[in-house]
Design a protein around this ligand. Structure first.
Ligand code: AMP
Length: 299
């Protein structure tokens, strides 16, 4: 089964205490698409400008990411720049230039409309609605978000929640959305807003799943060196959706393992700038990390 992924397709300029890299291939949909591509074919929906490097288009294609839904508009590609502190958990956005995103309206090619697995990666909730409106009958819809949309598009986001099966957000966003400090209570409150399951991402401390079946705690894969964590959250959810699309049986049965695969692909993402380390990963390497994580959490 294919996974349809809509989100930002961007050029990222990233500064860490050790290095600075301009105009990397980035965006929530890009990170999620490369992560998902290890497990299932990907259909990408997004927009780039006519300044988007051809080499980046070739990279998507090399990873068998279907670009029929990627619009190339005249103008500048969405550009985001951020700077990390020595403690890489702290990041500051330096600039967000919308470029062609300002007038973007996602249009699904007919061949995408029957996709059963849909990932609404981080993008304005209005655009996430617009994609769902065009889908026939998806089996599993998962949405991700960011603090910006809680601040400027909360009504749209709240209307989206009953339309999705799963909702993924990070811990500070969960606290902001619910005014609840305890994450397990926050997850429960968010489930009452509509989604069947909620996943709260906690960066290097893993992720919490809350569903009718109960709670699951997914560890992060331990890394001694993080080069650039940009896109780790997107890689987590992309890897998870890719695994779910490729695994037989009902998604509820596969969700815990899918989160573990998500954690592992996210660990690769952190080992290089942009998608450079993610695309160097292999399925065999991913399986090796899975066994190591199993070993580390067994008792
Ligand atoms: P993460 O590290 O998981 O928060 O994701 C970082 C990615 O989000 C980067 O590749 C950015 O291009 C992308 N991004 C940053 N700001 C926005 C925004 N306002 N809308 C959509 N994507 C964004």
């Amino acid at each position: 089964m294919s996974v349809l992924i809509v989100g930002s397709t961007a050029l990222d300029s990233i500064k860490t205490p050790k290095a600075e890299n301009p105009r990397l291939l980035g965006g929530s949909a890009s990170h999620a698409a490369f992560a998902a591509s290890f497990f299932a074919p990907v259909r990408l929906v997004g927009v780039v400008g006519d300044d988007f490097p051809k080499a980046y288009l070739a990279l998507y294609k090399k990873h068998k990411i279907n670009l029929e839904g990627l619009q190339i508009a005249s103008g500048k590609t969405f550009h985001w720049s951020g700077e990390y502190e020595v403690n890489m958990n702290n990041r500051r956005t330096l600039a967000t230039e919308l470029g062609v995103f300002e007038t973007f309206s996602p249009h699904l090619p007919d061949s995408y409309k029957n996709s059963e697995f849909v990932l609404l990666a981080n993008i304005a909730p209005g655009l996430q609605h617009h994609v769902l409106d065009q889908m026939r009958r998806p089996k599993l819809v998962v949405a991700d978000t960011m603090d910006l949309w809680l601040n400027i598009a909360l009504p749209d986001l709240l209307k989206l929640l009953p339309r999705v099966d799963g909702f993924v957000l990070n811990e500070s966003e969960a606290r902001q959305l619910t005014q609840e400090d305890n994450l397990f209570s926050a997850a429960k409150k968010i489930r009452a807003m509509g989604p069947k399951f909620v996943i709260i991402k906690k960066g290097e401390h893993g992720a919490i799943l809350s569903s009718r079946q109960g709670i699951f705690l997914a560890p992060a894969y331990p890394l001694e060196k993080v080069v650039d964590p940009t896109g780790a959250g997107d890689s987590f959810v992309g890897g998870m959706m890719g695994y779910l699309a490729g695994a037989p049986g009902p998604f509820e049965k596969n969700l815990r393992k899918a989160m573990i695969y998500g954690s592992i692909v996210a660990s690769y993402c952190c080992e290089g700038f942009g998608v450079t380390a993610t695309i160097r990963a292999t399925r065999a390497g991913i399986e090796k990390r899975l066994r190591k994580l199993e070993e580390l959490t067994k008792f």
